[in-house]
Design a binder for this molecule. Sequence first.
Ligand code: C2E
Ligand code: CA
Ligand code: CA
Length: 600
Amino acid sequence: MTQPDNIDAYEALVQFLYRAPIGMVQTCLDGTVEMLNPMSSNLLMPLVHDGSMDNLFTVLQDAVPQLARMVSAFNAPSGVVCESLRIQLGAAAGPGAPQVLSLSVLKLDGTRLMATVSDATAEVQREQERLARRLKNEARIDTLTRMPNREALLEQLQQILARPRGNTGYALLFMNCDRFRQINDKLGQQAGDRLLVQVSERLRAALRPPSDRIDPGAGGGQLAARIGSDEFAVLLDGMRCREDAERVAARLLDSLSKPHSLAGQEVTCTLSLGMVWSDDAGDAAGEMLRDASIAMIEAKRAGGARCVQFETAMRERAARRADIEADLRLALVEDQLFVVYQPVVGLRADGGTDFNAGVEALVRWQHPQRGVVPPFEFIQVAEESGLIGALGDFVLRRACRDFAAWQRELGTRAPRLLAVNLSRAQLGEAGWPQTVREVLDQNGMQASALQLEVTESLAAQDQQVQQRLHELKAIGITLALDDFGTGYSSLSSLHQLPVDTVKIDRSFVCQADTSHHHQVLIEATVKVAQSLGMSTVAEGIETEAQLAAVRAQQCAKGQGYLFSRPLTSASLLDWLREKMPAPAGGSLSAPAAAPLVALA
Ligand code: C2E
Ligand code: CA
Ligand code: CA
């Protein structure tokens, strides 16, 4: 090699080190700087306090105070002392200058160190962005089902709403499991969780892929999300027409209604679905989701396991229900509820009438502005909002208290049976039969004097309900099947229900004298009930002709406006006194002598 060549090579090496985009510093083991390239002084300058870069440890004493110790503790003859240590420059760096440095120190031999310094600002930024993205995605994923959650759904929905309308539409489907709480209570939370995971898997499978991607701006996409404990939503974008969306909804409901295998059992969990089509959507995602949930509630009210399309009139109904619910909450604490009693009379074989056979307790609401509100306006709201438990307890306590008072007042002429309507939610509480027992005891009432009226859909419910009903019967309480003939009633399944009395619905009784068809139905009901040892009550008797007809069919008891409308406790006493005058010389009221309890 010639000398000029050597000089050129040396010059090239110096240039290389001079221009290297990475800082390099060679020092003694005590940090004394022997050589450094311009990039290292650029990068380290913000850390220099006294203008001197003679010693690397001094320059770095604030940022990496442990460096000198690390070097002296490093016993090997050579090797990596530290690698990619992050140094935050923060305020020390000027605007636009590197914010974070990365430092590595290598022990070259027994006397020298080589430190490399680089600008890590962009790298750190990228890391932070990755982390933020991951956190954001995590916050938008439901941990149980790994589906997008409510936030993710709303975000995507908002993007669709903000997009200019093309020639396709979109639909939002809101789904709620019909009996999730019962399944959860009965099989345990783990099984409940598994059910939700299975529902989510079926949803994904039933939608054409890609189903669960959070893919902003994807026209024609479908997004399935879990938005509440047992609530799911599906966003169908790029649909040609409303009917196509309806078809997808029907397909989803069909696939989801197939039985699930849970805890070794076959469990069916149907869903109620509310749908909003793009033409009916406003411009806020939250509003569209709320509208879909309103339609879902309508689907539930109609019996569940179905799809209901949102209509704007539903919003008003929902608001009205919310008003009633708020007012009813107040009514319960402000004592606005009261109970009236409608006589249930015995229809004796000799043509006579047994006026004190019993009464049915019916709740009323004295609304401060609206006057007396009939139960059909608020019972369902109470059931849906969970207020029915408190309402039912109130009716039971008040009715039993009044019943005991009548015994004291009228003695043997007092009603012998008290019928109280029972709602499903009241049977949800495990301790309820015990509560009933206590109320009876408090009023000195025998259990056989209380009859609870249940509807067919309730009596035929799942095992938990059946068990509760049997617990009540074990106390000695009897059960009546209310509104018989209105549900999916079938005479052939009557024997499976744990009831003692069948109440034939008013819709049959009101045609008892005019329609042969209805006469036959009543006759058949009475015969089947008799053969099963059950009693019968004809409801809603309004005319003498109807009464004659049900008597002819040998119905055991009757109830209706012909005998009496529902009465307050005081009016009921008057009515009984009028219908059953005290025997001559007898006393109208015999508080001390009268038995507290009369048998049914
Ligand atoms: P229901 O149990 O079938 O009660 C009988 C309903 O028929 C009562 O209406 C009663 O006033 C009415 N009715 C009786 N006789 C006649 C008649 O001859 N003609 C006509 N047109 N109607 C008659 P009400 O009091 O409005 O109660 C309606 C429903 O509200 C009840 O039907 C029952 O399902 C529910 N309900 C009432 N009170 C309670 C309660 O305390 N708890 C629960 N869970 N439900 C209740
Ligand atoms: Ca009833
Ligand atoms: Ca009824």
